[in-house]
Design a protein. Sequence first.
Length: 387
Amino acid sequence: MRRRFFWVLGFALVIFSISYAFLFWQLALTFQNHFCFGFILCLPFVFILAHFIVMFLDLDVESDSNKSVILFFQKSLQSAAYFSMPVLSLLVSLFVMRIGIFAALFLIRPDLIEVLFSVPATLALFSLTVLLVGIGAWIARRGLKVRSVQLFYPGLNPDLNGINLVQISDLHMGATIHADYVKKVVDQVNALQSDFIVLTGDIGDGDPKSHSESLRELSFLKTRGNTQPSIFYVTGNHEYYWGGADWIEAIRKCGITPLLNSNQIITRGSARLGIAGVTDSEPDPKKAFEGLADINFRILLAHQPGIAEKAAALGFDLQLSGHTHGGQFFPWTLVIRKIHRFHLGLFQLGKMKIYVNAGTGSWGPPIRLGTRPEITHLFIRALKESD
């Protein structure tokens, strides 16, 4: 998984380099002293790269006499990097839009082109970027959206009609998601009094020992009957960046059942419900399906939605996933649609339904622009013939 980390970092560096060259060119069109602005613009790239390197090194400061200084440096660098990510993304997007407007004006009103690339117009784009980042931060912190989703199935066993689950995904407990936010999530989930709660990966970032308070809050999750097992978890890619086994054990200690290419069969009256889960590292949906062939209804928990075709072929009725965050903030909300076939919300693949959660927390910058943090409340209902 660390190898995957380096691939992600390498890809990010390529994107950052292209973005920097583009922004530098745009500044050169406006400012005579564009090299000075280019140097200032270089700082966000340095912040982001340095943060990734420090995060990967995971410096141990427990025995360091300068622990407070090192922690202050890490948090300051982290804040600077997280602020830089959406700023750069939005700046590139706005400058690309300006080029589109330029192309239109070139044919219609060429006299306005000089105004478009003037100093005031360029500074206005910078100001708009800062404003949008501020709005995005407010949206991310103002509260979670509980999304109610009705799922209708023909021929559903009557004893399963009305079964409901709450899905938490991509909570990302860590740098910006602390115990107070986790408590807010847990209180809202518990208030829904669901039959089952499922956690579909990327629940934490960093060493789980550093997030004991957040994990303690997570342990207060409870279902309507509070019977065990009724709360299930599958790993995401981020847990494996920091020691997947440690995260699995930490979440198990919260009273939550990990499904590691395995399943749990629950009896409800005359019906049997199968809840299966695959690990993000070496997922094996075929192994997770073992013993479910004669089950009335089969649910697969899989962090990454891309496994859906294999799940549908095996005979699962519902797949619950996360991972995409819906893009989290513009322009990635558009990019994600090109990367993932199942990017956000409800989809149908053959007889199987897929729901992709927008993320209960946020990764990196605590910014939401075009999406909102989400708790999903899913209801399984029988489809009547008249429907």
